[in-house]
Design a protein around this ligand. Structure first.
Ligand SMILES: *Cc1c(COP(=O)(O)O)cnc(C)c1O
Length: 396
C-alpha cells in the first residue's frame, strides 16, 4: 500500500517548485505565485483519473470525513451506520460532527454487509447516512448497498481512504455514493505526507465542502478575505507543499497498482495451495487496489497460531486486526466509554446507544479469523519467493 516506498526526485522537484516559484497557500496570492497551483493541479488530476466531477483536497483523510459528513447534511443527532472494522477516524468523525454512530455487521468482504445494514434499519428507522468503509484496498457488495441507500433515502458516504485507485465494475471507489473520501497520509497508497480528498459528483456537496474546509469562504473572486461567508467552517486546508508531493505521487498511481496486483497475485496463488486458507470475498476482483492480501482461517485458535508462526518465520507486515486497538471495535475502550477531552455533543442525547453494550458477533467471528498482509512495492522476486517458502512452513 505505501506510496512512500517509491519517493524519488520527482516529489522533491515538485516541492521545490512551490518554494522557489509558487506560494505556500492554495488560494489567491495570484501576483506572487507565477501561476503555480499545486492543489488545483492535483484536484484536476484526481477528477480525470477517477472520473468524478469534483475533488476537493483537505489536510487529512480524517478532515475529509468530517467535511464530507457536514457537506452532505449530516450533523447534530443524525444517526450514521459505521462498521466495527475500520480505522478509528471513521467513528471519531461521526462523533465530532455531533452525530451518532450506529455499528452494523460486516461480512467476508470485510466491509458492511447488506444483511447487517437491513437488520440495523429495522431497529433504527431514522438512519441518515452510511459511512461505508472500503477496508484494505477492496470493496463491498456495492450494487446492493447502493440500492438500499436509494430505497431508504440514505446518504452513502464511501470512505475509500485505504482504496485509492480501486474500482467496482469500472467505477472508482469513492465516486459511487453521494460523497467519498481518500487519505494521502504517510502510509497510504498515495502519500502527500499528510492530506486527504473529498470526491463528489454533486455540486451542492462540493460547494459546502470547499467552504466548510476553509472557514466558510465562498472562494469567488481573487481578493482573499473579501469573499462572502455563506456558512461557518473550520481550517482543513491542504498546503501547496503537501499537494505538490501528491502531484508527483499521483503520476505513479498506475505503476503502484500494477506492482501491488502483481505481487499480491504471486502470494495469493501460493496460498491457494493450502486447504485451511480462504480469501476475503472481493465482489469485483479486477478492481482490487491490492494493497493488502486478506485471508480467513478456520478458527480463532489456529489464526493466533499462524500469526505467531509467521512472526517466527520473519514475515513482516501481517495484521491481526482483531487484536489491535486501532482497527476493531472490540479494543476501542475510549469509544465504548465515548471519552472525549471534554463533554461531547452525543452526551446531550438522552437515548443514545450505550456503547459499552454494543456487540457485533458476526463481525467478531470473521475478524477473529482474518489476517491481512501488507503488499509492498519494493519487494524483489527473491523476497516474494522467501515469503512463499515461509508460507510452506506455516500453512497446512
Ligand atoms: C487512514 C484512514 C483514515 C484517516 O486518514 P488520515 O489521512 O490518516 O486522517 C480514515 N479512514 C480509513 C479507513 C483510513 O484507513
Amino acid at each position: 500500500m505505501p506510496g512512500f516506498e517509491i519517493f524519488d526526485d520527482t516529489e522533491k522537484q515538485q516541492v521545490q517548485e512551490v518554494m522557489e516559484k509558487g506560494f505556500t497557500f492554495r488560494y489567491n496570492f495570484d501576483g506572487m505565485r507565477n501561476d503555480v497551483w499545486k492543489a488545483r493541479e492535483l484536484e484536476g488530476m484526481i477528477c480525470d483519473t477517477l472520473k468524478v466531477k469534483h475533488t476537493h483536497l483537505v489536510s487529512s483523510g480524517t478532515a475529509a470525513l468530517s467535511t464530507a459528513l457536514t457537506a452532505s447534511g449530516i450533523g447534530a443527532g443524525d444517526k450514521v451506520i459505521v462498521p466495527p472494522f475500520t480505522f478509528v477516524a471513521s467513528v471519531e468523525a461521526i462523533v465530532l460532527a455531533g452525530a451518532v454512530p450506529i455499528f452494523s455487521e460486516i461480512d467476508k468482504t470485510l466491509t458492511l454487509s447488506p444483511e447487517g445494514i437491513l437488520e440495523t434499519l429495522k431497529k433504527h428507522q431514522d438512519i441518515k447516512a452510511i459511512n461505508f468503509v472500503h477496508m484494505c484496498g477492496s470493496m463491498g457488495k456495492m450494487d446492493e448497498i447502493k440500492a438500499i441507500c436509494d430505497q431508504h433515502n440514505i446518504v452513502l458516504l464511501e470512505d475509500a481512504c485505504q482504496a485509492t485507485g480501486a474500482t467496482y465494475k469500472g467505477q472508482a471507489l469513492g465516486t459511487i455514493g453521494h460523497v467519498g473520501t481518500l487519505s494521502f497520509d504517510s502510509v497510504k497508497t498515495i502519500s502527500c505526507g499528510e492530506g486527504g480528498a473529498v470526491l463528489t459528483n454533486d455540486t451542492t456537496i462540493y460547494d459546502f465542502a470547499h467552504q466548510y474546509s476553509d472557514h466558510g469562504h465562498d472562494h469567488i473572486g481573487m481578493d482573499r478575505g473579501a469573499e462572502s461567508h455563506p456558512i461557518m467552517g473550520a481550517n482543513y486546508r491542504i498546503s501547496e507543499m503537501n499537494a505538490a508531493v501528491g502531484v508527483a505521487q499521483w503520476k505513479k498511481l498506475d505503476r503502484i497498482l500494477d506492482t501491488q496486483r502483481r505481487n499480491k497475485k504471486a502470494l495469493k496463488d501460493a496460498l491457494a495451495n493450502y486447504s485451511e486458507v480462504s480469501f476475503r470475498v472481493i465482489p469485483d476482483e479486477a478492481g482490487d487496489n491490492a494493497g493488502f492480501l486478506s485471508i480467513i482461517l478456520p478458527t480463532e485458535e489456529r489464526t493466533q497460531e499462524v500469526v505467531k508462526a509467521l512472526g517466527e518465520q520473519g514475515v513482516a507486515g501481517v495484521f491481526y486486526w482483531y487484536a489491535n486497538n486501532w482497527h476493531y471495535l472490540k479494543n476501542w475502550h475510549h469509544i465504548h466509554q465515548m471519552k472525549g477531552a471534554a463533554k461531547l455533543p452525543i452526551d446531550l442525547i438522552a437515548d443514545r446507544p450505550d456503547y459499552t453494550q454494543i456487540s457485533t458477533p458476526k463481525s467478531d467471528d470473521i475478524m477473529s479469523r482474518t489476517l491481512s498482509m501488507l503488499i509492498n512495492l519494493s519487494w524483489s522476486e527473491e523476497q516474494i519467493n522467501e515469503r512463499i517458502a515461509a508460507f510452506a512452513k506455516v500453512f497446512r
